[in-house]
Design a protein around this ligand. Sequence first.
Ligand code: PMV
Length: 356
Amino acid sequence: MNTSVFIASAALPINYTTTWEAPSNIALIKYWGKYEPQLPKNPSLSFTLSNSKTKTKVIFTPHAKNEIDFEFFFHGIQKPDFKPKLKTFFDRIGEYIPWIFSYHLEVFSENSFPHSSGIASSASSMAALSLCLMDLERQLFPEMETVYFYQKASFLARLGSGSAARSIQGPVTFWGKNAVRDSSSDLFATPFGTTLHSVFDNYQDTILLVDKGSKPVSSTQGHNLMHGHPFAENRFLQASNNLSALVPIMETGALDDFIHLVELEALSLHAMMLTSSPYFILMQPNTLAIIHRVWEFRKETSIPLCFTLDAGANVHLLYPKQDIGVIHSFIKEELSGFCQSGQYLLDEVGRGAKKA
Ligand code: PMV
């Protein structure tokens, strides 16, 4: 698809205020490795979450400066130090939303999860902001179709943070051209569709907060280390093949096969970090202790509890809603001891972003 379809015209400015909530997401098939402009080296697939989200309000006021001009507030406090990242985002998307040069923006953002929890907020925050921008664009061009609205919101969010493309819709989304869905694209995420097995509609994700500090190596640095990585091409191929294998599993609800691929993907992602040059380790001793305890628990109980990992030390535990009782006791009694201050977040698969 040609990106020119996403270039809007200029339009007469209006006063407008809107608020959107966008969730975080957790990848089952991991995106790790990219090229300009923020395009993935392999397709990915994720659960859209529900409780871990960003709420963003934007007040658009027309101005005559003909430049991008904004203020940013986080939990009500003005944050000039957050501005350079946002400025880069606005500079990237300006060509697609040229009407933005006619506005002054006040952006008010807040997260539902603790700021220093080690949970990346870039996906949910870029998604929420992109939806606010698209909401105004839809006021300016009311003939806009819903499919275009969501695709362009995902397209803009992607230019802020790759995985943010997958934080617009739910419950499961693809990002990246793949062999199993003709509608898939490197430019924006697309929903899994109606063939998803019902067990995944409300799949649970408990995020064990092993390390709440900031990561020693950012995901931007990690993606860059895939350039020239000796295993890169095989990893991109493995991710594509894993995605093709996971889709029918998610259609039939075959949980043993699901667990195998999801854990394989998490460990393959971290294997890339272990073998980058320079190499690095984001897992902590407690990350490994949890993984071993999850494997033991699964063996002892045959309950389909599995883990996945983000680019960090925290562990996402994934399980069907029907097993909540016994798994919550297990987490509370055994796994919380491996978490920083005993903390974990209960979340589940969600339906995607919504207007607040
Ligand atoms: O969107 P980024 O640049 O923060 O990269 C996300 C990378 C992973 O979270 C590790 C994997 C993914 O697909 O979300």
